[in-house]
Design a protein around this ligand. Structure first.
Ligand SMILES: Cc1cc2nc3c(=O)[nH]c(=O)nc-3n(C[C@H](O)[C@H](O)[C@H](O)COP(=O)(O)O)c2cc1C
Length: 170
């Protein structure tokens, strides 16, 4: 119970869900008890010693459910180590400019929930399959020239997760 970790995620089309599962798997390999849950399934956080919270970016913002989860559980999350992870297309070219853009996506979160200070923020390139998008999302994706394809770098995701073990539980 002492070392139980929560990996909570919001995911529109599943690519962040896969990433959350890989993060959970890596942390279990470090000997921890880890639960991977959709944010909507989590009612309370007292069982967890630390939390990794992740979501994809939609039109320049963290998915609504993740932001709501953070606001709803802000008191509990301010008392335990928290890491954020972000999935989006902006960092498929991992340049300093693009990393700054992703940081800007999270700025409203920082402003609205300043009491939660993440010990680490993982930024990962995501995946998009135009064939599975709703009409509205497909239109938005086309208009913003998002690429079709899977750009997830599993090694980078695993490395980040392994490093989390140290920063979340030191
Ligand atoms: C409607 C829509 C809007 C998106 N907007 C952005 C965006 O503003 N910036 C970005 O970098 N990626 C954007 N993306 C890409 C997603 O963040 C990326 O495909 C991610 O892997 C989706 O994760 P999910 O399947 O867990 O929702 C958008 C994707 C969709 C479908």
């Amino acid at each position: 119970m002492q070392d139980r970790l929560l990996v909570a995620f919001a995911s529109g089309y599943g690519s962040t869900h896969d990433i959350a599962e890989v993060i959970g798997h890596e942390l279990r390999q470090c000997g921890l008890t880890v639960e991977v849950r959709r944010v909507g399934e989590v009612r309370e956080l007292s069982r967890y010693r630390a939390v990794a919270l992740g979501a994809s970016i939609r039109a320049g913002q963290w998915l609504f459910e993740a932001a709501e989860f953070l606001k709803c559980h802000r008191a509990a999350l301010s008392r335990v180590p928290v890491a954020y992870f972000v999935t989006c297309m902006t960092v498929r070219d991992n340049t300093p400019k693009n990393r700054r853009a992703v940081k800007a996506y999270l700025e409203p979160i920082r402003v609205h929930v300043p009491e939660v200070n993440p010990v680490s923020v993982g930024c990962f390139a995501g995946a998009l399959n135009y064939g599975s998008l709703s009409m509205t999302d497909k239109l938005m994706a086309r208009l913003t020239r998002l690429p079709d394809g899977d750009f997830r770098n599993w090694q980078a995701i695993r490395d980040w997760a392994t490093g989390l073990y140290r920063v979340l539980l030191n």
